[in-house]
Each structure stands twice: as C-alpha cells, then as structure tokens.
Design a protein around this ligand. Structure first.
Ligand code: SER
Length: 473
C-alpha cells in the first residue's frame, strides 16, 4: 500500500523566535542587552515603556553606550493607547518588541538586508515566504521640508530582485488614496509622514523641540485573508481589515527637532528597529490570529473551558461570534498585561500606573462575565502566563501568589462597586418623580461613570434590562 507522506507542521514558539532573532544579530556583531523594566527608570514623562528605543534615547542622542554601537534585545512594552484596538487579530496592550540598534554604526543598506534575511532565512530566521512580504517607505513631507526616502526604495528593489520577485514601486501617499486606488500589483509603497515617519510624538509637526525621529520603512506580512470593504474600497498594506499585519519597523533615526521648528541632523545616524515578537511568531506560523501563538495556549484553554454560550436574541450568529472572540481576546490580553505589571510591583490604584492596571483588570472582569467565564479564572490565567514565561521572565513565577492575591482583591472590590452602582442606577430608573430623559441625562450617567467607576456599556445594559422588565409588567 502506498502511504502518502504526511505534512508535518511544526509551530514556532515565541521563545524560539526571540532566541533566533537575538542569535541572528549577535552573530552580526550586536551585544544582547536585557529588557528594561516596564516602568521607565529615568523618564518621568511617560508611565510605561512603550517601545524598545525608549530606554536608549540618551544613546540615540549621542552618548556612548557601554556595550558598543550595535545592540539587540527583546523589550517588554505596554501601549495604553492601543487598549480600544484589542479584540482584533493583531493588537495587544502588552507585547515584546524585538529591537536592534545601530548607534551611529550601520545604516539603511545593512539594516534592510539583515531584517529581510532574518525574515526569509530558514536556517537562521523565520523562513517566511518573501512573496508574502510587502514594504512601505517614506514619501516625504512638504510641511517639514523632508524629502522622500528613495535610498530605501532602491535597497528593497534589489533585495526582492535577488529572490526573483518583481518589486513594483507605487506612491500611495495617504490611506484615503490607498483605499481608493488599491495596490496595483505593487510591492514597495510610499506613504506620507502619518504612516512612515516615526517619533514618540508622531508626525514631524507634532514633535516638541529636542525630540528625535526619522523616516521609517515597515514590513507587512500578507496573511491572504479576504478584504473587508468596511475598511475601504480597496485593500493596501496599511488597511485595517487584518489581511496585512505590520511585523517590523526600521526607523532611520537621524533628525532632532530644533526650537525654531526646523530639523537638524543628529551627530550620528542611527537605526532603531522594532518588531512585535507576537506578530512575528504568528507570521512564522502563517496564522493571522496572534492569540493562537503558544504563550496564550493554556490561557485560551482555561477561558474556553469556563465559557458559557448564552442564548442571545436580536443578534446574528456572526455578530455573536465576533463579540465573543473580541471579549475572550481582551481577557487574554489584559490579564497578561496585568500579570506583568503586578510582577513589576505595580498595584491597582486610582493614579498613574496603578490606575491603568485597575482599568485593565476591570475591563477584563466585565468581558469575562460577558462570555460566562467570570472573573475567578484570572488567577488560573495568571498561572498559565507564569508557566509560559518561566524561563524568560521568572519574576512571574516568583511573584505568582502575590499576583493572584492582588487579582482577587481587585475583583472583590470591583464586585462591590458594581453592586452598589447597580442599586443606585435602579433607584434612579424607578424614580417616578423624574421622566425618562431626565433619568438618562448625560450628566447623571457621567457621574455614575466617574464616581462609581461604572462603565457606559454596563449602564446601557442595565437600562435595557430595566426597559425589558417595564414592558413585561
Ligand atoms: N521605535 C519604533 C517603534 O516603536 C521602532 O522600534 O515602532
């Protein structure tokens, strides 16, 4: 009997991708440095480390780094501004950013070639199919008098042609235009400052004096999922439909903003590369859902086991599936972020980092109740993360008991807050001396939100319950 050979598919793990990246750049003269803490040490301007370059700013400004001019690491990052995006296939608040830096050493030619090699090499990198890679470059910015990055275009053309890929160059400039005209079989796309300029403050005109930045070149992995016209007529690398996921960004950090609003060249030209570890792992496994990577496996199972599907009216199965998926991803993400924060000695409070942590736990609490899993699973989810990161971040295991206690404490406190707020809200609904518009007055609801910490979506849910009961009686 002739047996057909089975296709054996080995999934790459987060640890493997991290290690491969560090080894790849170490072999090319970089020194591996540890991740800086998630709360910046000498930077009171921001609550969390949100990119790999943040702890390296003094060195990008010209101060010599004790480890030399080529540095590589995996940095724990937290981006509060992405909180509303979590729930789709690719956003998380907490993530690890793989980063390599040239501090006045190599520049565009080496950087783009190395990252391309890392992505495509089966032996040393991720073995990605180069035909699934699309790149973007800076199209210039008249307002800040910055010219287009034609050097990067030439480098990318050469790199793709070495793989026998015809790399057509297309100027898309704005997302609006891109959604209108589409990709036109291009491979290298130029966008304006909004998409291909990087500084911590955003586009050149938003940068304060003294801030550093530069043009960047991003790489997108094409998961080949169908385009959703909800996000625009045509798909393109920066489209939000989820087909293309950004997996790496090479920033050519060479400018500093002056007091008079103009830009000066930094004493040395730097490279600041950042690539989301979770996304790179998803690309290596050709799975567009980053919540399917190994570090989430046990947490996903834990959540799925406890989940109860509710009978839902007025909502299609498709809408229900979407809402459900979004909710469970939020739970996985927020509790992972909370676990890392608690391991860094942040505790829930009403100010600064503690407030963000509180918001994460409370948001996860509501979403977890929504999918019937409840908040009690948080302690088990935290344990799955301690296990998943046992070797890389042992602090999670060392502090697990404390982390779990804090999660329970915060859950209990929030349960009480909720019960009290629900009581107050129903008292208001049942108050016959006020008419409906007065009861649902924005100011009153805002008070519930700010003083009772009662989220608007819950106010609405309680109100709908009240209306339902009213109709029944
Ligand atoms: N600073 C860039 C980013 O955060 C690249 O590291 O995307």
């Amino acid at each position: 009997m002739n047996l057909r050979p089975c296709a054996i598919f080995f999934e790459m793990t987060v640890s493997e991708v991290r290690q491969r990246y560090l080894d790849f750049f170490e072999k090319r003269g970089h020194t591996v440095i540890p991740s800086a803490p998630i709360v910046p040490e000498n930077d009171p301007t921001t609550l969390f480390t949100s990119s790999g370059m943040q702890p390296l700013v003094p060195y990008l400004l010209g101060q010599p780094h004790p480890e030399g001019s080529r540095i590589v690491n995996a940095q724990k990052c937290f981006r509060a501004e992405d909180i509303e995006e979590v729930g789709d296939n690719r956003h998380t608040t907490f993530f690890e950013m793989l980063g390599n830096w040239s501090l006045g050493d190599y520049f565009k030619k080496e950087q783009l070639a190395w990252f391309f090699e890392f992505m495509t090499s089966k032996e040393e990198g991720l073995g990605l199919d180069p035909r699934r890679l699309y790149v973007t470059v800076f199209n210039g910015d008249t307002e800040s008098n910055m010219s287009a990055d034609t050097a990067s275009v030439e480098i990318w053309e050469k790199l793709f042609s070495e793989k026998n890929i015809d790399a057509k160059y297309i100027e898309l400039d704005t997302e609006e235009n891109a959604a209108e005209v589409g990709m036109q079989q291009g491979r290298i796309f130029a966008y304006g400052a909004k998409k291909n300029w990087w500084s911590r403050a955003g586009i050149p005109t938003k940068m304060p004096a003294g801030e550093i930045g530069g043009p960047d070149s991003e790489v997108f992995y094409d998961f080949g999922t169908p385009h959703d016209t909800k996000f625009g007529k045509e798909c393109h690398p920066n489209c939000d439909c989820g087909r293309f996921v950004e997996i790496g960004n090479s920033v050519f950090m060479q400018f500093i903003k002056q007091k008079d609003g103009t830009f000066a060249e930094l004493p040395k030209k730097n490279v600041d590369f950042g690539g989301g570890l979770e996304r790179l792992t998803a690309a290596a496994n050709h799975n567009p859902d980053i919540f399917s990577i190994d570090v989430f496996n046990d947490a996903r199972m834990e959540t799925n086991e406890k989940t109860k599907l509710f009978e839902r009216k007025n909502i299609s199965p498709q809408e229900y599936a979407e809402e459900f998926t979004e909710a469970y991803r939020i739970v996985l993400d927020h509790i992972r972020a909370a676990t890392f924060m608690l391991a860094s000695n942040i505790t829930p409070s009403n100010t600064e980092q503690g407030y963000v942590l509180r918001r994460l736990i409370r948001r996860a609490f509501l979403k977890s109740r929504r999918i019937g899993a409840g908040e009690k699973i948080f302690v088990d989810i935290a344990a799955t993360y301690a296990k998943a990161y046992k070797n890389t971040y042992p602090r999670l295991t060392q502090n697990l008991e404390k982390i779990q206690n804090e999660l329970c404490k915060e859950n209990e406190q929030f349960s009480k807050t909720l019960a009290k707020a629900i009581k107050g809200l129903w008292k208001l609904f049942n108050d016959d001396s006020k008419d409906l518009s007065e009861k649902m007055n924005g100011q009153i609801l805002f008070k519930f939100f700010t003083t009772e910490g009662f989220p608007p979506e819950l106010i609405l849910e309680q109100y709908n319950n009240y209306r339902k009961q009213e109709k029944l009686s």
